[in-house]
Design a protein around this ligand. Structure first.
Ligand code: BGC
Length: 414
């Protein structure tokens, strides 16, 4: 009885808190491209309409590596931002340090348990408590194509690795760039997610990246995956090094290149440029991964400011989890909702495919966390894998050496 009374009081306090005039939120994020900024404006607008101000703290760099470095510095200085865009294992790492606010009362009031997919809850909860608010579900095993370029060259959507290589060859022969790519470690790793899944299949991907099994990491299949990365490298243009991902997407949008392998945040760039799926561009799963989804979910973790979650933090979390926001935001962002009860009506063809793929993969056990985007292993391991993949992509190692380096790097960092 006493316990019930206490939690009722806590509930009432929280309710009053969320209704009361809230403070500004300071949000650390890495949504700096045109499409990402358009999506972020949906969230800013939502909060501003509730009288909550937005202090922007953008730190560019896909995958969030730089953002996480800035975050560490802010926390060390005793001045964490109110809310932080975060991925997978990073959320759990901060929760273990006791740095995150407890969102359990709010989550209970709003019934998050019943609507957020289990795969996301694994990263949104620590010790049974909600510690972050899931914004979306992205996935990395996509290919984006310029439809006019493919039509002109008579290229059908490739469904196998061999068909894909034949398509790349045909584009190269036409004088265009076959693959638009940005040579940054996280982008190389994003491609590697799909290549490893396609080369070895679901169980191999899990053994290598989730279980960090040495036999899988050191196998001939892994060597084959590195060989395929070498093939991909031979179809990128000479200026790929250091290029931002959205500039690579622009090459496909403009018809300078045929394909980009990138997560579905790339769709946000096409939409922001006024392009329409199936008319101007195509989205399809990386050949050989049609049944699988390598996912990453953006979440906002709230840094604890005291014993109670802040009013503005609660308001932000409520806004993020609302079904109307989940639809409006994800339609623009290129991702799909982090709730299972949101209609696909407002989504375009790629969004509808993304939602259907996610549902099917979750039901069949083909849904697995993205290594490149922090959903397969902690940052220390992820960054060690990044280093090897990038060094190989830039010709520092051949495939056999890359496999050996991968085994050692994971061993040291796990
Ligand atoms: C995030 C996306 C973001 C992408 C590129 C990923 O890690 O999950 O939301 O659009 O990086 O910045």
């Amino acid at each position: 009885m006493r316990k019930l009374a206490t939690s009722m009081t806590a509930l009432a306090t929280l309710f009053i808190a969320t209704q009361a005039q809230a403070e500004d939120v300071e949000v650390l994020h890495w949504w700096t491209s045109g499409g990402e900024a358009a999506a972020l404006n949906v969230l800013k607008g939502d909060l501003e309409s509730q009288g909550i101000g937005w202090q922007d703290m953008p730190v560019a760099g896909g995958g969030g590596t730089q953002a996480m470095t800035v975050l560490r510095a802010r926390v060390t200085a005793g001045n964490p931002p109110t809310a932080v865009q975060m991925l997978g294992f990073d959320i759990l790492d901060w929760a273990k340090e006791g740095a995150l606010a407890d969102l359990n009362i709010l989550a209970g009031m709003e019934g998050w348990d019943a609507v957020v997919p289990e795969a996301l809850q694994q990263f949104a909860k620590h010790d049974g408590k909600w510690v972050s608010a899931p914004v979306n579900v992205h996935s990395t095993n996509w290919v984006w194509a310029n439809k006019a370029v493919l039509d002109e060259l008579g290229i059908a959507v490739p469904t196998t690795w061999d068909e894909f290589v034949a398509a790349l060859e045909a584009v190269k022969a036409s004088g265009k760039t076959a693959i638009a790519h940005g040579g940054q470690a996280w982008q190389d790793a994003t491609v590697f997610d799909a290549v490893v899944m396609s080369t070895g299949g679901l169980d191999f991907y899990k053994s290598a990246f989730i279980d960090l099994d040495e036999d899988a990491l050191g196998s001939d299949t892994m060597k084959e995956a590195f060989d395929r990365m070498g093939v991909i490298r031979s179809y990128v243009d000479d200026n790929f090094s250091g290029r931002d991902w959205n500039l690579a997407t622009a090459m496909v949008i403009n018809g300078d290149a045929a394909f980009q392998m990138m997560g579905d945040w790339a769709k946000g760039e096409f939409l922001n440029a006024g392009k329409v799926p199936d008319q101007d561009f195509l989205c399809f799963r990386f050949p050989g991964t049609q049944e699988q989804v390598t996912f990453n979910a953006d979440q906002f973790a709230m840094f604890a400011q005291g014993p109670e979650v802040g009013k503005e933090q609660a308001a932000l979390a409520t806004a993020i989890l609302s079904p109307s926001f989940q639809s409006a935001f994800n339609v623009v962002k290129g991702s799909v909702p982090a709730r299972t009860d949101v209609s696909n009506e407002a989504f375009d063809a790629c969004g509808k495919k993304g939602m259907a793929d996610l549902k099917a993969a979750a039901a069949s056990g083909n849904l697995v966390g993205s290594m490149a985007h922090g959903h397969a292993n902690p940052a220390s391991v992820k960054n060690a894998i990044y280093d090897v993949v990038t060094a190989h992509f830039n010709g520092e190692y051949d495939s056999a050496a890359a496999v050996d380096e991968l085994v050692t790097a994971v061993q040291i960092n796990k």
